[in-house]
Design a protein around this ligand. Sequence first.
Ligand code: HQG
Length: 180
Amino acid sequence: MPDPRLDAISRHLSYLLRHHPEAAGLHMDEHGWVRVDELVAAVAQKHSFDQTTLERIVATDKKGRYSFNEDRTLIRANQGHSIPVDVELACVTPPDRLFHGTATRFAESIERQGLLPQNRLYVHLSPDPETAMVVGARHGKPMVYVVDAKAMSAAGHRFFLSVNGVWLVKTVPPEYLTRM
Ligand code: HQG
């Protein structure tokens, strides 16, 4: 059962761990890790929050957005950053086809320029069209592009797979995109 209170906290965690750690005075290392005790103290200033709640969010997050290190003293977002951190992504040969969900109003620009990472470090691709549709609907009337990942990979583009199953690539030139 989704818990709206935990969703609101999770959004705040994403903001801090992907985009603006400095907004809460957090120190983030080059691999995106933040100290759990510092994060808990920072978030507890805004929400009723403790380490048990944090562990529940990490364990139940539908998209697996966060990971702890082995001894659970550090936490990071698995992907989605706008700040330049190296979350040690695995470079993996992609499946033949991947999918990108977007809003119809971006189509003209995407078909001219290709997919660009915009505010994030990477373009995010989904393993199936259903997931891509949900991603696209966040921006408006959704549409899905098929990405010819096989041809891109053969041409030397590097694909990364985050630990929570999101495919990441620096750009997708327009010639590899087809509307579904
Ligand atoms: C679009 C969510 C015009 C792109 C999701 C997208 C995902 C262009 C938007 C993750 C363009 C950027 C990322 C171009 C790309 N011209 N528009 N040339 N190139 N765009 O939110 O992929 O819930 O940064 O199509 O599930 O929507 O946050 O990227 O519509 O995995 O964990 O520019 O965020 O996960 O939007 O979503 P975003 P996204 P979380």
